[in-house]
Design a binder for this molecule. Structure first.
Ligand code: WTA
Length: 631
């Protein structure tokens, strides 16, 4: 089995083989990595407990595979190319040799500060090289990283730190993101007040702002690193030891910690990166995500480095200092593979073609999208204006839980069709299920997207609560991993992802449970009850529409709405703030007290004439009021 697929017919052959002989297939792929000890058993699994173990008995360290094994041939090649928020600041190139040294030093700083194998470390950081280095340093010593996107509030951060009982938090004094400046360390201080488990806060200097350091708890990285050496042996890890936890929202109120393990995640991150992006030695690859999300974990840090690639890391945002920033960076660094989100494409498309025209973009070879369905208009714009109709678009469907890309073409190998992710990667066995859980065999049908056979980078558990993992992913349909997405297969069998079928809203590619946002809104003292739904949004994909019942009627609803938004920012973060708030006197409920979201969704979508049957409601009159007051 070739590690790299390089024609469509080879894809078809490999796919076939991988379904018929999954263990032999993955053994072959896994043999491209360096293992300290080979596995005794390739796969053991059942989806009932669930229990999935890949490469059982094997020992490895993912950082040896990301760094050490490239040193013989690529010591002086750039591993991480860092582009700052401000285009006037100098970019940085970190070679594989530098990366080795910096990761070892960082790892020694972690050890010096009491972190060891199995300990959890929370990373709440800007998109600076130290974030990637901290991720790798944690993995090097066998500690478990939990990266929290530095846009979440102190409250969200505290919840995640406590859930994983993190011993250490790594942060920076401050963060630059577009025109925004955020005092990260202050947010950490506020969070850690509620976290007894935290013994150390390790602070990187990014902004040189005046920062209060709590004696006995807080230390500067630049002080600590003075005391350590350049070598740190990689800790031998069991293939099934946890590598990281990453929190993600589901349909319940509380985000869950998705757990990925060392061996399987490594094999799939590396294999999927190589094949989807068709990376050639010497290429410069750029994924615009933040490392705080799974896309950044797998396709900024691990996937590229496992393949000895040059991975570009960008601190800024697409529209700063202007809407040409992405394209300017592509030209400046001769980017060959470019991977971004539909929401960014739509936002830039709306800013006008004049921001693209000054740039040649002629280094681009493969362009990709991730995070949400891409509509045809945005796909076409991306194809014409960015790919110049010569770059395949890889529309990659996957999830935090899947660890890596599941459905996508492999560069040019695979059909190109707007809004369709395409065929599954070798080794991935998706199915469409009907309401009853029967597999839909025919094409041109819609159903619930599930996966019927394990793959190496799949979720193993939800941190501290295995029952929850079982309930959310393995209990809807016995014997299947359930994705929470609806999908359709076209006449040729290409998958088109339609969107979530549960109470999850995908806002600019970020997942939020409606219950999670409702909980936040309900924290506001004026609020009695709320119900949140998603609605189509031109740029964000989905917007957040909140219906709110107040404790007491007020005259100034604008003021109350602004306060509610502040509450959500405090509870979750600005990324979850409602786009629309409608104050209502009641919610459409059934006689048993269940909110009928279908009705709220239709109103939010601007289709109040399609409410369907409302006769089962406790009080049908509230509907008329809601329709009348809709925004
Ligand atoms: C959605 C991001 C359509 C989907 C890697 C999934 C997509 C959720 C696509 C996971 C795509 C992701 N087309 N929808 N190409 N990629 N999604 O965990 O609803 O942040 O379940 O992982 O995003 O979001 P997550």
């Amino acid at each position: 089995m070739a590690y790299r697929v390089s024609s469509f017919s080879q894809y078809e052959q490999d796919y076939q083989f991988s379904v018929e002989n999954p263990e032999a297939f993955w053994e072959d792929i896994a043999s491209n990595y360096s293992w300290i000890r080979k596995w005794d058993k390739t796969l053991e699994w059942n989806f009932d407990e669930p229990k999935v173990e890949w490469f059982k008995g094997a020992k490895l360290n993912i950082t040896e595979n990301c760094i050490d094994r490239h040193l013989a041939s690529k010591a002086n090649q750039t591993a991480i190319l860092w582009e700052p928020n401000d285009p006037k600041e100098r970019f940085k190139k970190i070679t594989y040799q530098d990366l080795h040294q910096q990761v070892c030093r960082f790892a020694n700083v972690l050890k010096r500060n009491g972190v060891g194998k199995g300990d959890r470390v929370c990373l709440y950081m800007p998109m600076i090289p130290e974030l990637a280095i901290a991720v790798l340093a944690t993995a090097r010593i066998g500690a478990i990283h939990s990266v929290v996107f530095a846009g979440f509030s102190a409250q969200s951060l505290a919840d995640r730190i406590n859930d994983a009982t993190c011993k250490m938090v790594i942060t920076a004094d401050g963060l630059y993101r577009g025109a925004k400046e955020i005092p990260l360390k202050n947010i950490v201080d506020e969070a850690v007040e509620d976290c007894e488990c935290v013994e150390r806060v390790l602070v990187i200097e990014r902004t040189a702002w005046n920062t209060e350091m709590q004696a006995g708890r807080d230390v500067w990285y630049h002080d600590e690193v003075q005391h350590v050496g350049d070598e740190c042996p990689a800790e031998p890890m069991d293939a099934e030891d946890p590598l990281f936890i990453l929190y993600t929202s589901g349909s319940t109120g509380k985000p869950k910690g998705v757990v990925h393990t060392c061996g399987g995640y490594m094999v799939y991150a590396g294999y999927s990166f190589q094949n989807v992006f068709q990376y050639d030695p010497g290429d410069t690859y750029w994924c615009t995500a933040d490392i705080g999300w799974i896309t950044g974990h797998t396709y900024i840090v691990y996937g590229p480095l496992l393949n000895g690639a040059t991975t570009l890391m960008f601190e800024g945002v697409p529209t700063y200092p202007d809407a040409g920033r992405f394209w300017q960076v592509c030209d400046k660094h001769h980017v060959n593979q470019f991977y971004t989100a539909p929401t960014a494409i739509r936002a830039l498309m709306a800013c006008g073609d004049e921001h693209v025209l000054p740039y040649s973009l002629n280094s681009l070879r493969v362009i990709g999208t991730v995070g949400e369905p891409i509509n045809e208009e945005a796909w076409n714009w991306y194809n014409v204006h960015i790919g110049k109709e010569k770059c395949p678009i890889v529309d990659t469907w996957w999830q935090t839980e899947t660890g890596g890309i599941m459905i996508s073409s492999l560069g040019e190998y695979g059909p190109q069709k707007a809004a369709h992710a395409g065929f599954p990667l070798p080794g991935i066995q998706p199915v469409l299920l009907d309401e009853k859980g029967n597999e839909i065999q025919e094409n041109e049908k819609e159903g619930y997207l599930a996966v019927k056979f394990p793959w190496p980078s799949m979720i193993r558990t939800t941190w501290g609560d295995h029952e929850r993992c079982k309930k959310v992913y393995f209990s809807h349909y016995n014997g299947y991993y359930f994705t929470g997405d609806g999908a359709k297969r076209d006449a040729k069998g290409l998958y088109r992802i339609i969107g979530r079928v549960d109470d999850v809203i995908n806002v600019s590619g970020h997942r939020f449970g409606t219950a999670e946002i409702e909980n936040a809104i309900n924290q506001n003292i004026h609020v009695a009850e709320s119900a949140v739904v998603g609605y189509p949004h031109d740029i964000k994909g989905q917007g957040i529409y909140a219906y709110v019942i107040l404790r007491k009627p007020v005259d100034d609803t604008d003021f109350i709405s602004a306060e509610i938004i502040e509450t959500v920012k405090e509870e979750i973060g600005a990324i979850a703030k409602p786009d629309k708030i409608q104050i209502v006197s009641g919610l459409p409920k059934t006689r048993s007290g269940k909110i009928m979201r279908r009705i709220l969704r239709k109103v939010a979508e601007g289709e109040p004439d399609k409410l369907g049957d409302i006769s089962t409601l406790l009080d049908p009159n509230v509907v008329a009021e809601i329709v009348k007051g809709a925004q």
